[in-house]
Every structure is written in structure tokens, then in C-alpha cells.
Design a protein around this ligand. Structure first.
Ligand SMILES: Cc1ncc(COP(=O)(O)O)c(C=O)c1O
Length: 355
């Protein structure tokens, strides 16, 4: 039996909706995209949602909408697109290390990173756990900084009665295939309460206003079939997140007490996009599990400031991110993972460590 790291769910209603809009609509944009935007905005609890063609586009467009050209504080432990988007938008990343236990950007490090050129903070709700948004919003307010939440891994996560994506100035989501919800391909969403941002985002995603261009924009429109698929996925999201939380609790019960591994924190706010541990002999464990047809991921093997295109932005070492990159391992986590499969994974991990 093969157990992958993650697996999207495709059901009959999704297939039916995709075929229906293929026949009835015009492939790009249109009614299904508008409905998806309305439903997503309502779900997140914001006034506006603007659908785009990827999470990366969402981040680039968000930065452009706020006119950010200076420095943006972001963590070095994230998917490369977070930092890439800052450079693509014409701004500069400024790294702030993660906390050693939550693996999210550390507000104390944000405070230390602030200088006169910093214009925004881009917290990443890594693996599905919301960042310490109260502290981050307090810092932003005090220093007059924008906050763009990278919510690519945290659809539906709630912090202090608010969904992530509704707390900062703008929220950016990815619907890439492995996310907690997908559009059956690439896709992204920008969420905001700012009407001007929403209007500009709509222009930027379509060549800055197309034949009447007001800006130099992008071709970042969402395909109609992706929106149709995403609308059905959105209806399932809460139920899937509930299952992810159950699986995370089981992992905790079954892996507790192994001193060679560190488990992620158990937190009601966490939606466990990934179930990441820090492991001694991480690569050995991964190889051993692979030999048993259990496939684990590494998110992420190199901290971004150590990657060639981004080294120039590193001002020092970021030890928590560097340590995490060397030890992190993403265990199988998806809503259709069965209790038995999860137990097999845990048994094999115990065997590997001779427990
Ligand atoms: C934290 C983070 N930010 C940004 C992105 C970029 O999203 P996309 O792949 O849809 O461009 C992703 C996912 O891929 C991500 O995990």
C-alpha cells in the first residue's frame, strides 16, 4: 500500500461542475469566477475577494496594489514564492527568523528587523498554523506598516475569531493541487476589505486594464473550470480541516515520547496543511519510510536566504530556519488518510528509532 505525503480529493460533484461550465461558460473568468469570489469573501469574512491564476500572482499583485517598493519583512523558512513575489513586485525582502517551536515568523525578530526602509510585514501561516497576529498587527500599527498575510497553507484557519486572510490589509491564498483546498490546478485569491485594493487587483490581473490599461499588469486571470472546481472544494473545506485536526491528534498520541523527534504544537487554530516534525537523522528516516512505500516531503530543504538568488538579502544567520531546514520532515497528511494508514506510519517511525 502506497501512502503519499498529500492527496487532493476529487468527487463527482466537482467533475460534474467542471463539465457543466465547460459547456456553458467562456473558459476564462465569467460567472463561475464571480460566484467563487463572492463565496470565498463570505467564507473568509471580508468585503472583497479577487481570483487570480496562482498564489504567487496573488502576492505580487497585493504588493503592487499597496505600492510597496521598499523592504518587506518575511521569514526565511517558507516556500520560495513568498520571497520571490517580493522581488518580482520591485520590493526587497528583509528576513526575520522563525520561532523554534511554532516555526512561524517570530514577532520579536520582526521588531529587530524594522528599519526606516521597511514598508510591510508578510507573515506566512506556515503549515496551517496562524502566526501571532495580535503582536504582528500591534507592531504594524505602531510603526505604520502594511501587513500582507501569506495564507497559502492555511485556508479556513481561525485566529481570535477571525479567519486568516481577514486580519491584515490583504490576504493571499494559493489553490495549488496539494493545498487544503484546490481549484484542480493553479489558482489564487486576494482577500481584503479595501475597495481600492480590490479594484486595482482586478485591473492588474488583466493586463492592468487591458485595452484601456491604467497600469502595467499581468495575465493572471482565473480559468472558469478552476473556479467551478474550487466552489465545490470550498463547501468541503471545514469538514476536511476537521479531519486533518483529528489526524494530527492521533499522530501526537502515537508518536509522543520518542525523544529523537519534535512534534508540531497542538493548537485548535492549526489546520495542518502539513504535519511537520523535526527528526534526528531526518534523511535516514525518510529513506526508511520510502522503502516501506510511505512518502514524506521536506518543506523546506534550504532556508530561502541560503538560495543563490536570495543570498544578497541575508544580513546575518537565521539559526532557527537553518536548523529546521536540516531536520524537518512532512509526514502523510490529507483528509482521506485512514486511521490504519496513520498507525502504519507511526509504527514504522517507532521501528526506525528502535522503540
Ligand atoms: C507559503 C506559500 N506561499 C506562496 C505559495 C505560492 O502559491 P502558488 O504555487 O499557487 O503560486 C505557496 C504554494 O505554492 C506557499 O506554500
Amino acid at each position: 500500500m502506497v501512502i503519499p505525503t498529500s492527496m487532493p480529493v476529487v468527487d463527482e460533484e466537482m467533475e460534474k461542475e467542471v463539465l457543466r461550465v465547460l459547456r456553458e461558460e467562456f473558459f476564462v473568468g465569467g460567472k463561475s469566477v464571480e460566484k467563487f469570489e463572492e463565496e470565498f469573501a463570505e467564507y473568509i469574512g471580508v468585503d472583497y475577494a479577487v481570483a487570480v491564476s496562482s498564489g504567487t500572482d496573488a502576492l505580487v499583485i497585493a504588493l503592487r496594489c499597496l505600492g510597496i517598493k521598499g523592504k518587506v519583512i518575511a521569514p526565511p523558512m517558507t516556500f520560495v514564492a513568498t520571497i520571490e513575489s517580493i522581488v518580482l513586485a520591485g520590493a526587497k525582502p528583509k528576513f526575520a527568523d522563525i520561532d523554534a517551536d511554532t516555526w512561524n515568523i517570530d514577532p520579536k525578530e520582526i521588531e529587530k528587523a524594522i528599519d526606516k526602509d521597511v514598508e510591510a510585514i508578510m507573515p506566512v501561516h506556515l503549515y496551517g498554523l496562524p502566526c501571532e497576529m495580535k503582536e504582528i498587527m500591534d507592531i504594524a500599527e505602531e510603526k505604520g506598516l502594511y501587513v500582507i498575510e501569506d495564507c497559502a497553507q492555511a485556508h479556513g484557519a481561525i485566529y481570535d475569531n477571525k479567519k486568516v486572510g481577514s486580519i491584515g490589509d490583504i490576504g493571499c491564498f494559493s489553490f495549488y493541487s496539494t493545498k487544503n483546498m484546490t481549484v484542480g490546478g493553479n489558482g489564487g485569491m486576494i482577500t481584503t476589505n479595501d475597495k481600492k485594493v480590490a479594484e486595482m487587483a482586478k485591473l492588474l490581473r488583466e493586463h492592468g486594464g487591458s485595452n484601456f490599461a491604467e497600469y502595467i499588469g499581468y495575465n493572471a486571470r482565473m480559468n472558469t473550470m478552476n473556479a467551478a472546481f474550487g466552489r465545490v472544494q470550498l463547501k468541503r473545506l471545514d469538514e476536511w480541516n476537521k479531519r486533518r485536526k483529528e489526524l494530527a491528534k492521533m499522530y501526537h498520541e502515537l508518536l509522543g515520547g520518542i525523544d529523537k523527534i519534535k512534534l508540531p504544537i497542538i493548537d485548535e487554530r492549526h489546520v495542518y496543511h502539513l504535519f511537520v516534525i523535526e527528526a534526528e537523522d531526518r534523511d535516514g528516516l525518510r529513506e526508511y519510510l520510502r522503502s516501506k512505500e510511505i512518502f514524506c516531503g521536506i518543506h523546506y530543504p534550504v532556508a530561502i536566504h541560503e538560495l543563490k538568488p536570495y543570498r544578497e538579502y541575508a544580513e546575518k544567520n537565521y539559526p532557527n530556519s537553518e536548523h529546521h531546514a536540516k531536520t524537518c520532515l512532512s509526514l502523510p497528511m490529507y483528509p482521506t488518510l485512514s486511521d490504519e494508514e496513520l498507525k502504519m506510519v507511526c509504527d514504522e517511525i517507532r521501528k526506525f528509532y528502535g522503540e
